[in-house]
Design a protein around this ligand. Structure first.
Ligand code: ATP
Ligand code: MG
Length: 328
């Protein structure tokens, strides 16, 4: 089993990333050989950004991932831009994917509609690069949050079409979405997902928030009318908090509902805040120790890139051979 997943070094990583993706990454280290995790700086160029800040955020993200439990001896952790095979494969794969498929991607539609500055062609091309990320390693599993469903479906389609057109070469990967917490919602606007780029500031709990900030954000989370602490489509705020508490405590949602049956929203939110503090405080503490040492972080990413390249190069050679690119 080969696991691959990518995470953007944009903005600041939040509770949705932690629950939807990072927890699965850590667990994947036990199951996969290898588990490959990539900080996708090339994806970050698709929205307006500052080059100096991109480097800083890349180190931030690397330090968060290691602090959360990724062990560079048990997984491959690297920076996308260090392995040029990703960009090359994205171009090669573009030949089997019609423009119309990219045009109908929700993420492209949402992000391009929200964009006030130029909408880059990279934003449209994003899912092709993402397909290349995964297919370059013949990964069998892709742990992601619910928002990436459509992109993973598309990469599966790209792999199938490539194999049909050029002969069996690429592996069609399976999507791995957590049962609970695949879509953590913004605490202030629980009808939309918690997000680095789109959400509200007070509704987004950051992995690096201190205890006070976490308590404040969770305490002022929007709850719904009524008093019941139960999941329901017309109670997106309460449902979201139940999911968060269930994951943070490692119990199922029914257990949370039973425990808080008849309790008030105040007590419930306090319990959620406490559980999130317990979940994130150790990560923040380790982060504080790791982040200042950029030399070590850079060394870790460089060593990871070396291992990643060794896996991607032969796959690219097969793809090029099949496509008639370069000498025989
Ligand atoms: P952006 O909004 O700029 O796309 P993001 O918050 O989605 O940023 P990414 O780095 O794109 O962050 O996502 C990293 C991983 O986190 C992906 O697997 C994604 O599916 C997952 N993820 C993102 N937001 C959530 C969320 N609200 N709930 C659960 N998982 C999420
Ligand atoms: Mg995203």
């Amino acid at each position: 089993m080969v696991i691959f997943s990518g995470i953007q070094p944009t903005g600041r990583k939040h509770l949705g990333n932690y629950i939807g993706a990072i927890i699965q990454y850590v667990a994947g280290q036990e199951r996969a050989d290898p588990a490959i995790y990539c900080i996708v700086d090339l994806h970050a160029l698709t929205v307006p950004y500052d080059p100096a800040e991109l480097r800083e955020r890349t180190y931030d993200t690397a330090a968060i991932l290691i602090a959360a439990g990724l062990d560079p001896d048990r997984c491959i952790l690297f920076r996308q831009g260090d392995v040029q095979e990703h960009a090359e494969l994205a171009w090669l794969l573009s030949s089997v994917i019609p423009l119309g498929e990219l045009n109908r991607m929700h993420q492209f539609r949402d992000k391009s509609a929200a964009q006030r500055e130029m909408v880059t062609s990279g934003l449209l091309f994003y899912p092709v690069l993402m397909a290349a990320d995964v297919l370059a390693y013949r990964a069998t599993e892709v742990p992601v949050g619910d928002d990436q469903r459509q992109h993973v479906e598309l990469m599966r389609e790209i792999a199938r079409r490539f194999n049909e057109r050029f002969g069996e070469t690429l592996v069609v990967p399976e999507m791995l979405i957590p049962e609970v917490g695949a879509r953590i919602m913004d605490l202030q606007e629980p009808q939309r997902k918690m997000s680095t780029t789109g959400g509200t500031q007070s509704g987004t709990v950051l992995v690096l928030d201190d205890e006070k900030a976490i308590r404040k954000k969770v305490g002022s989370a929007v709850t719904d009318s009524g008093k019941q602490i139960a999941r329901s489509p017309d109670k997106p705020g309460v449902t979201n908090l139940i999911d968060i508490l269930a994951v943070a405590r490692g119990v199922d949602q029914e257990q949370v509902e039973r425990e808080f049956d008849g309790a008030g929203y105040g007590d419930f939110k306090q319990a959620v805040a406490e559980a999130v503090v317990q979940l994130l405080a150790p990560v923040r503490e380790r982060y504080e120790q790791l982040r200042p040492d950029e030399g070590t972080l850079e060394g870790t990413l460089a060593a990871g890139a070396e291992k990643a390249r060794a896996l991607a190069v032969p796959v690219l050679a097969d793809v090029r051979e099949r496509m008639g690119i370069g000498a025989r």
